[in-house]
Write a protein that binds this ligand. Structure first.
Ligand SMILES: Cc1cc2nc3c(=O)[nH]c(=O)nc-3n(C[C@H](O)[C@H](O)[C@H](O)COP(=O)(O)O)c2cc1C
Length: 314
């Protein structure tokens, strides 16, 4: 089962200890104790769910919820509190929290359940309201042509043992133009060739969508580098799964810039991810794909064993 990365924003050491004691087995916990540190951690990205205390000293955890939503960051956020459960729970949801957990209810099964549902709710949210025109879909499909890069890995490497495939969205700190993006992708392709990593990077306005695939150890190293790259922030992983075959065997780092004033919401990115994967599948016989990413996200969210499920869905 894949690891679920949880962030806890909590200023009371006793409550931190209780949460730690009840941490579900497959979870990895990062704790910060102030609103400012919570905001920085959320902006840094890489978490599946954030648990945020309603009261953080003089600050309110709701400020973190509002600030996160204001930037369009879809991270699942669960607000916790020990007091005024009914009123504060309602406030939290109205502010944009994904769920609410009274501190008195905190135990391993409650954390696991709330985490799972928060991830599923986030996934459902991403899929809702996907109104995207035919013209846009055609344009997006054009983006998905394996081009330029040529064969990035040999077919033998492409059919190796388990690969990790990760899709994330992030926000460019300063917008990239076509030239700087091309330069970034060329450097990325160079680095990726050394690691036998393949993938695609799409930018639209200030948003990035990147899909990376390679040996799990290689991706661990690369993702750590990418996560701390100061040129972007708010990195949110939208898919993380294991697979037997590559989607992007021919792309060292396929690179596409989308111009336009359309606001790229997480749901639009999600459509684009689906579309990219689908067209690559149609175009590339190597990509005898298991169920597409979004199903996998939801399966992982339900705590299913990804490789086993993927064998079933082939
Ligand atoms: C959006 C984005 C995507 C990136 N993708 C990759 C990548 O796929 N491969 C890579 O090696 N570096 C990538 N980078 C660059 C890394 O973050 C980092 O700068 C690089 O790995 C460091 O290599 P260097 O020490 O040789 O400059 C990316 C950076 C950004 C901002």
């Amino acid at each position: 089962m894949s690891t679920t990365r949880l962030l806890l924003v909590e200023d009371d050491p006793e409550d931190v200890a209780i949460f730690r004691r009840h941490l579900p087995e497959s979870s990895q916990l990062t704790v910060v104790t102030t609103l400012a540190a919570g905001l920085a951690a959320v902006a840094g990205g890489g978490f599946n769910v954030a648990f945020v205390d309603y009261r953080l000293g003089a600050d309110s955890g709701l400020e973190l919820v509002r600030a996160t939503r204001a930037t369009g960051n879809p991270l699942a956020i669960v607000v916790t509190t020990g007091q005024d459960i009914d009123l504060l729970g309602e406030n939290a949801l109205l502010a944009g929290a994904t769920d609410f957990l009274p501190k008195a209810d905190i135990c391993t099964s409650a954390i696991a359940r709330v985490t799972r549902w928060a991830m599923i709710r986030q996934f459902a949210e991403l899929k809702r309201g996907l109104v995207i025109s035919e013209a846009e879909l055609r344009e997006i499909a054009q983006l998905a042509r394996p081009d330029r890069a040529g064969a990035a890995v040999s077919p033998a490497t492409a059919r190796g043992t388990w690969l990790r495939q990760v899709a994330y969205v992030s926000r460019a700190v300063t917008p990239f133009n076509a030239q700087s993006l091309t330069r970034l992708c060329a450097r990325a392709a160079e680095g990726n060739r050394r690691l036998s990593v393949t993938g695609v990077l799409v930018s639209a306005g200030q948003s990035f969508l990147q899909i990376l695939e390679g040996a799990p150890e290689a991706l661990d190293v690369l993702l750590k580098q990418i996560q701390i790259d100061p040129r972007h922030d708010q990195l949110t992983i939208v898919a993380d799964q294991l697979a037997r075959t590559r989607h992007f065997a021919r792309w060292g780092m396929g690179c596409h810039a989308r111009e336009g004033s359309v606001r790229w919401t997480p749901s639009r990115w999600q459509v684009l991810t689906e579309r990219l994967l689908k067209s690559v599948h149609e175009d590339d016989p190597l990509a005898a794909l298991p169920a597409h990413y979004l199903e996998q996200v939801s399966l992982l969210a339900q705590g299913q064993d990804a490789p086993e499920r993927m064998r079933q869905t082939r």
